[in-house]
Design a protein around this ligand. Structure first.
Ligand code: FES
Length: 143
């Protein structure tokens, strides 16, 4: 193999090795919602939550909450539901919900979020992503 050929093959191989991890990272960043949709078999139409499903029994009561994919769904009122990312923006722990103060505490390092997803207490410094929820019969559609 001549030097020129070696350099050309090395450059192509090196480019592939360097860009492949970036491509995989790009696919995972910001595509968590798609993963959620796929997990729920509702790609493109939002995530469906059947309130009759035992997994969502906690949503029968005001103040109850349940998780679907990376989303926490909260029954905040008689006919009011909210959905937010369940992933704490500090280091990724799963937030919970405290109906007494309508806040979402993170058990790992003490961050607290409001029911609109806003940071109330750090160390998290960015808000939880919010989703819209539409109720039709016993089905919630989260988009
Ligand atoms: S991961 Fe939630 S406060 Fe650190």
């Amino acid at each position: 193999m001549e030097r020129k050929d070696f350099i050309q093959k090395f450059a192509i191989g090196g480019s592939i090795l360097l860009t492949t991890p970036l491509l995989f990272n790009a696919c995972s960043d910001g595509n968590d919602d798609v993963m959620d949709d796929e997990e729920n078999g509702q790609n493109g139409n939002g995530i469906k939550v059947d309130l009759n499903n035992a997994s969502f029994a906690a949503l029968k009561d005001v103040g109850g909450f349940a998780y679907t994919g990376n989303i926490i769904v909260i029954r905040s009122g008689e006919n009011a539901y909210i959905a937010l990312s369940k992933i704490c923006t500090h280091e990724g722990c799963t937030v919970t919900y405290n109906h007494a103060n309508s806040q979402l505490p993170c058990p790992c390092h003490g961050s607290v979020f409001s029911s609109t997803g806003a940071v109330v207490n750090g160390p998290a410094n960015s808000n939880l992503k919010t989703y819209s929820v539409k109720k039709e019969g016993d089905i919630l559609t989260i988009t």
